[in-house]
Design a protein. Structure first.
Lengths: 174, 174, 174, 174
């Protein structure tokens, strides 16, 4: 299945997870889990992962990926993140890959998340909204612009081709 | 016609021409002229432009572009740059877009060019060869890595997509 | 004198001027001229350059630079761009290096400028404001993110050091 | 203590470790361990970490960092990597942060390392040497160019400042 946005690129995921600072025993929520790539990687460290998406096809895709990886600590929730967060207990870290209603989601997350909140964004409007909202909520830590190029073989040599740049926005109690 | 490599991207051309420092009255040589894009832009400032390519299809393509732009100060030479440089008089600036036999071409250019020599490279081997050769010839000024992203509309927003990174290597009497 | 922001970097200036598409005979305005670097470069092509800055020290700095370059087609205006634009005639191109009151300045520029308007921005809030305002005015063409690295000698080798990334936003009648 | 090169930046380390693909039980070697930052991070997953540096001050610095982190599975070796590798048993992964005698080190590593070898380089000559040597040894997988910018507060807004670009070269049995 092809989900809009596609899976997070490895290099962007590696930085995002590092900025999350997940520790053993953590409760982690992945908002807009898409293919489940981040949820699966986080599940190797976290105690429980909540994977949320409002798209049935994303949940189906991520569930299949989780099952085929033999992972049992990912709990799925199809619906709006706001809804999930209203009834959830405290969370240790959160990753936000989707951007619909971001200010409200961030406000809800900031009430439940004890550690870091990491957002991936490709639109400059989302970057701006994330930084502005985090500043307003007093949880802004840093934003990164990540530009990775990967080598390709060409005519007996090596050239770099770029992947799309991604903004990683990090918030949390400072 | 589709030439390998394709025309230089506008932003890379703008920087390359700036680094050339072309002045009115200059004699300019474009080694590996391809579609003629650089030669045409340079012809607006230079007195004479020599456009060189060993590929008949490149010369044909560039000649057509020069003609349709109504430009009359570009002189074409189909063959090896080394051959051209053996019999040419002094030159003010040179641009090198192609990379075959680069060390020999740079050595020949360094004997004829009074001003700057600017190379565009996408392969890391070419970058390395250009810098190493220019250092050996005592004409290395600087190398640039240029990474440009252009905006695209996406889902009611704006995202950046990168063009391939290009190395611009600048040499000349220092 | 040290003006905040500092002069535009060569590579960013080269791309910005290319995107302006200045032609002989053009009337050009440089809003927030700072050290005058862009105004001076544009004056080599444009018929007249209006260099505007509300800071007396910027005008003094730019005037000195213009004089020492022996240039006579730059006209200075100390004050707000809005004020200048109210009484100016039609303009061919505009460059905006400063960002105070950008939406109002863009609105005023869009009424007077026949060709392209190019903005340089380093803040993501300015990027967002520029794109949003240009979209609202129906003059948005493209935004670029420009990341240039320059070579430095290190321990018998060559490494790249980046200059600060700059956003170049381009508008005009489309 | 200030070691030349300084510690690996977090974002570059995150990507490098991801590309290493360390698993529980792995034997890992850090060639040119410097401050010990990579060795410490890897020690959280690997069974044993060998941290090698020919500089006494690097070993002292890394040993202090390891001790203050309460880590007990890092074994230090002051001397040349070649020397260590001659007598070592098989290794699962290797990270190379230093670049002296890289071709020989890579050749020795390729005989002992079962999994991935990841190199960090800032010099273009090192990048070229790493890629060329890995290609010759038949172990080249990919090279990355990583350009990260971090946000800074400026005049009521947010701008990006770049950290130095780093090349990450990945090799291993393919």
């Amino acid at each position: 299945m092809k989900l809009s946005g596609g899976p997070t690129q490895d290099e962007v995921m590696a930085i995002s997870l590092f900025k999350l600072g997940l520790k053993k025993g953590d409760i982690f929520v992945d908002v807009g889990c898409g293919t489940g790539k981040i949820a699966i990687e986080a599940s190797r460290v976290a105690e429980h992962v909540y994977a949320i998406d409002h798209r049935a096809e994303a949940i189906a895709c991520a569930e299949a990926a989780v099952e085929s990886a033999g992972i049992s600590n990912v709990i799925f929730f199809q619906g709006e993140a706001i809804e999930f967060l209203e009834s959830s207990g405290p969370l240790d870290c959160a990753f936000v890959g989707g951007s619909v209603g971001l200010p409200d989601v961030l406000e809800a997350l900031s009430r439940k998340v004890l550690g870091n909140i990491v957002i991936n964004a490709v639109k400059i409007e989302t970057l701006n909204e994330a930084v502005t909202t985090m500043r307003r909520l007093g949880i802004f830590k840093e934003a990164l612009s990540v530009q990775v190029c990967r080598s390709y073989d060409i005519a007996g040599g090596t050239m770099f081709k770029p992947i799309n740049p991604v903004y990683i926005i990090v918030g949390g109690k400072t």
